[in-house]
Design a protein around this ligand. Structure first.
Ligand SMILES: C[S@@+](CC[C@H](N)C(=O)[O-])C[C@H]1O[C@@H](n2cnc3c(N)ncnc32)[C@H](O)[C@@H]1O
Length: 302
């Protein structure tokens, strides 16, 4: 398991009863987590009073019930080596906050590989698909990528990613923001013969295609990965395939990369679940999984 344990501004306090309690800087939020199927700890020293609780609505979605005043947005930092990152946190109607802390293990991994390539005189170009608020984009830019292309269909997410770039003092980095369907963008890049030295992909379980059609990740993933592999340069450094879909094990994603990237580029593929350790109980909460292809050079510590 890849364990996200390098945050100081963020902490998973405890989980149980289908919910988790997390500290986002000095604000404590309680929200649903389907993995936390054991009973909620009864001790009030463990399950402390949150500032806000996400309440699901029976008609879908939900809202945050505030117990104490909280700002509409605030910041959480991440100690990426060589360049600390800053993220704007905002509790949303979909229970998200604008940051997936477990992804920090992938940020460290990308940053290590990019930094080593830059030290070796290379100028890596990175493609971040389903890029959300830009966690991986920031990490790649901070590590010295010559260009990061950030693609997300949501204009609101692109705006937040730009704000996070600014908050992290990365305004000088060369980042291109593209508000578009990932599949359509990838097909366009193939027609232009563009290549990338690293690709990161974190698709949702269900998505909308270019014509608004609904697709299931299980049905669409292999073909999308195949197309992306055709965008990898001959000197590619990594391909990261992340998933929050419980139906897709890390081993399946590892197999997809074995079947698509390895025949063309060699290298090695590994995979694991992602997890966050709780500080007030003895658990590591699983938070999706990742498969990583790398060109085989052993680099960095992550
Ligand atoms: C699970 S989030 C990614 C989380 C991100 N990796 C992180 O660590 O912060 C999925 C993102 O995919 C975007 N998305 C969903 N369907 C899309 C599509 N067809 N094309 C482009 N982006 C899409 C959503 O707007 C959302 O921002």
């Amino acid at each position: 398991m890849y364990i996200a344990n390098r945050f100081t501004d963020y902490e998973l306090l405890c989980a149980g009863g289908g919910e988790k309690l997390e500290r986002w800087n000095d604000i404590i939020l309680q929200r649903p987590d389907p993995q936390a199927i054991w009973p909620k700890p009864a001790n009030s020293d463990v399950w402390t009073e949150p500032h806000a609780i996400y309440i699901r609505s029976e008609s879908g979605g939900g809202h945050w019930k505030k117990r104490r005043p909280i700002p509409s947005t605030w910041r959480v930092g991440y100690p990426l080596s060589n360049h600390p990152l800053e993220f704007i946190i905002e509790p949303t109607g979909f229970k998200h906050t604008g940051l997936f802390p477990e992804q920090s293990v992938n940020w460290d991994y990308c940053a290590d590989r990019i930094r080593s390539a830059v030290i070796a005189g290379r100028k890596p170009r990175i493609l971040n698909l389903f890029a959300y608020t830009g966690g991986a984009t920031l990490a790649c830019a901070a590590a010295g990528a010559a260009e990061v292309v950030h693609v997300d269909a949501s204009k609101g997410m692109i705006t937040r990613a730009k704000e996070n770039i600014h908050a992290s003092s990365l305004d000088q980095a060369y980042v291109r923001f593209i508000a578009e369907d990932c599949n359509r963008f990838v097909e366009r890049e193939l027609r232009r013969n563009r290549t990338y030295d690293g690709i990161i992909m974190d698709p949702p379980a269900y998505g909308r295609g270019p014509s608004g059609e609904l697709w299931r990740l299980e049905d669409a993933l292999y073909e999308l990965v195949e197309k992306c592999v055709a965008l990898l340069s001959d000197q590619a450094l990594f391909f990261i395939l992340n998933s929050y879909t419980t139906g897709l094990s890390s081993a399946v994603m590892q197999d997809i990369l074995r079947l698509t990237v390895k025949p063309k580029h060699g290298g090695k593929v590994v995979s694991a679940d992602l997890g966050i350790p709780a500080s007030k109980m003895d658990i590591i909460l699983p938070c999706g999984s990742v498969a990583r292809w790398s060109n085989g050079e052993s680099i960095g510590k992550h």
